[in-house]
Design a protein around this ligand. Structure first.
Ligand code: UDP
Ligand code: MG
Length: 331
């Protein structure tokens, strides 16, 4: 058989039994028409519904499916990392199982990869089925991180994207515990290209995100890619100190000139509360960074694998592994 390029499709799945059959149907309809070999790596991220048995059943029917069982729920970022680590393909696509990322876009991602792009990411042109608050907070977050961090993270972009082999290798070298994937994808650089699509609402099941998780996600993004908040804390401290000094001079002068009539309780309270607040906030900011250093210092593995059942296309000996697309950009 002719040795064709291999495409790995990584699908993190956490309690997705409801959607998987439909996802699989739509994905295979796309994959069957592709001019390359494909493997689909399902990462079972510690699901507690029927996802595991469903995947096993799917794999017995089609040997292009690989199953990577994690030892517990590690969260999407790590599930994705695990899948990408195990992918053998010349290109790797990461896609959600809930059909919010249309598999039908994969051929277009591939086209740009063949034009020489290393990262081809899908950018939402419209968000359906989401509240105005989520849209607004997402917009604010992207603007903020674009300002603070010195890497440009494309807006309205999820994790749905294609990575070339060399982008995968590069990503494999970033082993930090706190994985803000959108930031990591942007950090590696290389020619990147956006492809526009309409993001559908979830096909079935519930999103595992809530606002508290989203807030922590935003914190993660900011603290992994910029130390600006530490600087802000410093400047806020310096500014308040300067004001406090001026105010002190004013109080002293006033007392010297006009004596003291034991007023001043309100101003005293204001100053104490204000300074206390600033100090706590600054400590909190330092704490966020310290906690992350603590996590990194432990040097734990990112995830643990219970079992890996590889796909057959990935086990076939391959002639040459391409590290890049077919043509160069702009060549
Ligand atoms: N996911 C995962 N581990 C988790 C949470 C989610 O692997 O702990 C997977 C989930 O199965 C889905 C994808 O990540 O394939 C996106 O999850 P979700 O739809 O909940 O996120 P949203 O689309 O709301 O951002
Ligand atoms: Mg989703």
């Amino acid at each position: 058989m002719k040795n064709r390029l291999l495409l790995s499709i990584v699908v993190p799945a956490f309690n997705e039994a409801e959607v998987l059959p439909e996802f699989q149907r739509r994905l295979f309809a796309v994959v069957d028409a592709l001019p390359l070999d494909c493997e689909i790596i399902y990462v079972n991220d510690g699901s507690s519904d029927g996802t595991a048995s469903l995947l096993r059943a799917m794999r017995t029917r089609d040997d292009r499916i690989a199953i990577l069982e994690l030892s517990r729920n590690f969260g999407k970022e790590l599930a994705m990392t695990a899948g990408i680590d195990h992918a053998r393909g010349d290109a790797v696509v990461v896609i959600d199982a809930d059909l919010q990322d249309p598999p039908e876009l994969i051929p277009e991602l591939l086209r740009h990869w063949q034009d020489g792009y290393d990262v081809v990411y899908a950018q939402r042109s419209q968000r359906d089925g989401e509240t105005w608050f989520k849209k607004l907070s997402a917009a604010l977050f992207y603007r903020l991180i674009g300002r603070l961090a010195n890497i440009t993270i494309p807006r309205d972009t999820g994790d749905f994207r294609l990575l070339s082999r060399r982008a995968v290798e590069a990503l494999g070298r970033l082993r930090e515990q706190h994985r803000f994937m959108k930031g990591l994808f942007a950090w590696i650089g290389y020619p990147q290209k956006a492809v526009y699509y309409r993001r559908d609402p979830r096909f079935a099941g519930r999103s595992k995100w809530n606002y508290w998780k989203l807030w922590n996600f935003a914190l993660e993004g900011i603290t992994s890619f910029t130390t600006a908040p530490l600087k802000i804390a410093t400047y806020a401290g310096m500014t308040t100190a300067a004001f406090a000094f001026l105010f002190g001079m004013y109080v002293i002068t006033k007392t010297l000139l006009f004596g003291n009539d034991v007023a001043g309780y309100p101003s005293l309270m204001t100053v104490i509360l204000f300074l206390g607040g600033i100090q706590l906030a600054a400590l909190g900011v330092i704490g966020e960074y310290l906690a992350r250093m603590f996590d990194e210092a432990k040097g734990r593995p990112l995830y643990l694998v219970t079992e890996y059942q590889p796909s057959r296309p990935a086990m076939r000996p391959r002639l040459a592994t391409r590290t890049h697309g077919v043509r160069r950009v702009g060549a």
